[in-house]
Design a protein around this ligand. Structure first.
Ligand SMILES: *Cc1c(COP(=O)(O)O)cnc(C)c1O
Length: 356
């Protein structure tokens, strides 16, 4: 346990709050941020909360050249009783350390990071939007800062947490998205960094995403990097299918990011005695299930959208509709239950929420 105090410097010029009805995702940041430094030999030190501000790095800072960085994403909700709930934050800091390990970034003290986050949120508490569907998005991240052009793990890092009030993902109600199955590019391979939350995975995904958007598809479904055959995940979401009464999702094979939402959905389904199986799923199996009329539902899971129903897949120029393109019954139940647990309007049988 880190025995360090957090130095707090409050801003003297509070920013105006954004119009709650016009919140998008990730454009607006609160008044303060958390920072902490690492230097080899010294460890993590100088934990501080300061006014949200630009940071200064040398052009030689290793982050700009070799991309050694990791991040997390989670949300805080304001309940009707004006309590602040964090959804399973321990999982995020644990995963941050798993990503750290893969990227040769020194481990952080998970308990201390959670305490720092709570402190930061309590200072910027009046930035948490109250309207239904809105929340405070939390972005912890670590970058390498040593000014050095040799290829090696950096000897210095900066850990930061920034906060962004975000609007409802579904302003016009939950509408299923159309997803293009990617045939040419891959996101991750076994042994690569697919199961780490690191910026490079996203950098390499942009090209396919751009092409998919041009032809009217909102996201890409990635297949495995070796055989281009087995389903992995969507841009920033894990994926589930309901086929002939059974829920299936790709198993964690090392190149898939283990989503906190994915884990929560699996636990909820088991709690409801609905069969859910983690296994390899080929795109041909989905195509066949669609032809046979057995592809009942499909949805993506991730912190930003929580659950995103899928209405159609495009695979090798063939459109594969999921039922009638409307949100499925189970998808709707899962969405209502999980968002209800997160915003405190439904019971939390798993003790997932942490009060500020
Ligand atoms: C963050 C992320 C997810 C979703 O994880 P959650 O913990 O549910 O938000 C899925 N896939 C990728 C590639 C991600 O980066």
């Amino acid at each position: 346990m880190q025995n360090e105090q957090i130095q707090i410097t409050l801003t003297s010029t509070k920013k105006p709050k954004p119009d709650p009805s016009k919140l998008g995702f990730g454009h607006v940041f609160t008044d303060h941020m958390f920072m902490m430094d690492y230097h080899e030999g010294q460890g993590w030190h100088d934990a501080r909360i300061v006014p949200y501000q630009s940071i200064s790095l040398e052009p030689a800072a290793m982050i700009f050249h070799y991309g050694q960085s990791v991040f997390e994403g989670l949300k805080a909700y304001l309940t009707k009783e004006e309590e602040v709930l964090l959804f399973r934050p321990d999982r995020n800091f644990k995963r941050l350390n798993q990503s750290n390990d893969r990227l040769c970034i020194p481990e952080i003290d998970e308990q201390f990071a959670l305490e720092a986050l709570k402190k930061l949120i309590s200072i910027d508490r009046d930035w948490i939007p109250a309207a239904e569907g809105t929340s405070l998005y939390i972005r912890p991240f670590i970058i390498s800062t040593e000014p050095y052009l040799g290829v090696a793990p950096s000897k210095s890092y900066q850990f930061m947490i920034i906060l962004s009030p975000v609007g409802s993902y579904y302003k016009e109600g939950i509408n299923p998205v159309k997803i293009a199955v990617e045939r040419q590019y891959v996101r991750a391979v076994a042994g690569g960094t697919g199961n780490a939350k690191t910026g490079g995975n996203y950098a390499s995904s942009l090209k396919a995403q751009e092409i998919a958007e041009k032809i009217g598809y909102s996201q890409v479904l990635w297949l495995d990097g070796k055989e281009n055959k087995y389903i992995e995940e969507v841009g920033s979401m894990n994926i589930f299918f309901k086929i002939n009464g059974e829920v299936v999702t790709p198993d964690l094979n090392g190149s898939i990011l283990e989503g906190v939402t994915r884990n929560s959905i699996i636990q909820l389904l088991k709690h409801w005695n609905i069969p859910v199986i983690e296994r390899r799923i080929s795109i041909e199996e989905i195509q066949q299930a669609c032809h046979d009329g057995l592809l009942e539902e499909a949805f993506g899971t991730g912190t930003a959208a929580v659950i995103s129903p899928i209405g159609e897949f495009l695979w090798q120029n063939e459109k594969l509709p999921v039922q009638d393109g409307k949100i499925g019954k189970l998808t709707r139940e899962l969405y209502d239950t999980l968002t209800g647990i997160q915003n405190g309007t439904k019971p939390d049988p798993f003790d997932w929420c942490v009060k500020l």
